[in-house]
Design a protein around this ligand. Structure first.
Ligand code: GLC
Length: 566
């Protein structure tokens, strides 16, 4: 059966785009003051992304922020933090993005603000029950003296999801909800004033010309009435998903996983319908992309109904083990689920919140999303195996119809930094769990550009906010440029062949007759065969367009993907 990325087969750019995620603090330090990446650095390095062959960039937050959660704690949604530059730097960067023919997506963080946001300051200064307090989730405590949290919810980063405030007279007051760090109070999205503010924030950036928004925690804005207690299953990842090693075979979820009272509540959808209308005022195929850790895919598809968002990250795909049956199943389910609402599927393997796939795909122990890996992790990934699988996995992903996301550094084959010293760690997860979870710093280390420079050319001051491993020279961009077989050259070839053959807007036809470990399909004029097993598989006749590893004669080795013409 043929499966396409969308029933309606529209041609809007975001249906098939390859979108490159820039994590600004770790991309390039152009201002050269502090070893932190910034907007000037991004502008300088944009030509490298054109050269790679992507269509758009998504920037993680660069807004005013105390940086308690690396910028996902926003103190002013309409300004640039001085560590990243100024609004003028943003405008210069955006001009350059557009001049180069790329699209620009910025991050929107609506679930919570920073505790340094003026709205939260006003809420703390105002009396209980005031309009200012109602913009956040303040509640009385439980227990005889209100000195216990209002319910048992746990923060994604560990510890209670509630913090008690102190009244001006020094007595203990109410509690506020923070699904993430204490410094990230949740907004009350039942409050119409909050909704109005965010319409204005969308317009602020749309007026400046952005092409869309990646919406942070898009499954979290509305909480269930009465905020009932909830205990998640032991294997749940922090955001609601699971990064399991067990293959997830078709129909694995006989019953839908329970819906926590803080994720995936029905009420979020009217918010996105409202934002859809705001984007429509601006025309030009703007995009909203949901970061929603929602399973199963049929439920996630609700985020991309025709009058809501345009895309949702396919975390079910990201969470799937390197396993033939599991991959076939999740690809088929994705295409079915998203096309049932006329949306493209998205595909993603890495981002700033998960263990880089060049390491994750070789883990031998379960590792729930957000926990991270470090020096004491059991079953540490073997680098060569991880890279080999990552290259094969990317070659499979980039052949699929729909839109694909690439996280900075994966085109270099970067592994997770497993040996980051404890005293360098910055992720709130590490602190809130007293070091029992490493968190996400290992995938956020500044990326290497030039092998011979002390900080691999990341910063003019030869510093980087997280230390870079000393053995990253071979991963540096300039070590790989023009080098036959390098991961950078593989990504370039994949992206150019994907574009030349229109794979993003194509449809797939499954090919039978291969061993179970093999994922095989045709997308237009291209036959794609991914061998997730160890045994060599005979190759059918056909001209080899590219392969993730050298091929034997007429043979596809294990952990290798090939694209054939015809
Ligand atoms: C999202 C971001 C993550 C952040 C969290 C809280 O999951 O991707 O980095 O910590 O939201 O904003």
């Amino acid at each position: 059966m043929a499966q396409s990325s969308s029933d309606q087969r529209g041609t809007e750019w975001w249906r098939s785009a390859v979108i490159y995620q820039i994590y600004p603090r770790s991309f390039s330090d152009g201002m050269g003051q502090d070893g932190l990446g910034d907007l000037v650095g991004i502008t300088e390095r944009l030509p490298a992304l054109v050269d790679l062959g992507v269509d758009a960039v998504w920037l993680s937050p660069f807004y005013t922020s105390p940086q308690k959660d690396a910028g996902y704690d926003v103190a002013d949604y309409c300004d640039v933090d001085p560590i990243f530059g100024t609004l003028a730097d943003f405008e210069a960067m955006q001009r350059k993005v557009h001049e180069l023919g790329l699209k620009l997506i910025v991050d929107l963080v609506p679930n919570h603000t920073s505790d340094q946001h003026a709205w939260f300051g006003a809420a703390l200064a105002a009396p209980e029950g005031s309009a200012e307090r109602d913009r956040y989730m303040f509640r009385d405590g439980s227990g005889p003296h209100g000195d216990l949290p209002p319910n048992n919810w746990q923060s994604v980063f560990g510890g209670a999801a509630w913090t008690r405030v102190t009244r001006p007279d020094g007595t203990p007051g109410q509690w506020y909800l923070h699904l993430f760090d204490t410094s990230q109070p949740d907004l009350n999205w039942q409050n119409s004033w909050v909704r109005e503010q965010f319409r204005d924030i969308l317009r602020f950036w749309l007026d400046r010309g952005v092409d869309g928004f990646r919406v942070d925690v898009a499954h979290g804005l509305i909480k269930a009435e009465g905020l009932p207690d909830y205990t998640p299953p032991a294997d749940a990842g922090s955001m609601g998903g699971t990064l399991g090693l067990e293959p997830e075979i078709e129909g694995h979820a006989e019953v839908d996983p329970p819906t926590p009272p803080y994720w995936a509540q029905e009420g979020v959808h009217e918010i996105y319908r409202d934002w859809h209308r705001v984007l429509e005022e601006y025309g030009g195929d703007r995009v909203l992309c949901a970061e929603a850790w929602v399973e199963p895919l049929a439920k996630l598809a609700n985020w991309v109904r025709p009058d809501e968002m345009q895309q949702a990250f396919n975390f079910s795909y990201l969470e799937t083990a390197w396993n033939g049956p599991a991959l076939r199943s999740v690809i088929a389910d994705s295409l079915t689920a998203f096309s049932s609402v006329g949306a493209p599927s998205s595909w993603v393997l890495s981002n700033h919140d998960v263990v880089r796939h060049a390491s994750r795909l070789a883990l031998t122990e379960d590792n729930p999303q957000g926990h991270g890996i470090g020096p004491k992790t059991l079953g540490k990934p073997v680098r060569a195996l991880g890279l080999r699988r990552a290259r094969a996995a990317t070659a499979l992903m980039l052949a699929l119809p729909g839109s694909a996301y690439i996280y900075q550094g994966e085109e270099l084959g970067l592994p997770e930094d497993v040996d980051l010293p404890d005293d360098a760690r910055q992720d709130p997860t590490w602190f809130r769990t007293n070091g029992t979870r490493y968190g996400r710093d290992g995938c956020r280390v500044p990326i290497p550009w030039e092998a011979a420079k002390p900080d691999y050319g990341f910063s003019h001051v030869q510093r980087s906010w997280l230390p870079q491993p000393t053995d990253w020279g071979p991963y540096a961009r300039d070590s790989q440029e023009g080098l036959d077989g390098s991961t950078l050259e593989l990504y370039r070839s994949l992206l150019s062949a994907r574009a030349a053959n229109g794979l993003g807007l194509g449809e797939i036809e499954w090919l039978d007759g291969y061993p179970d470990d093999v994922v095989a399909f045709r997308n237009g004029a291209v036959t794609v065969i991914a061998n997730t097993g160890e045994a060599v598989v005979p190759l059918p006749a056909g001209e080899v367009m590219l392969s993730s590893e050298p091929l034997g004669v007429g043979a596809l080795p294990g952990d290798t993907t090939v694209w054939l013409r015809g």
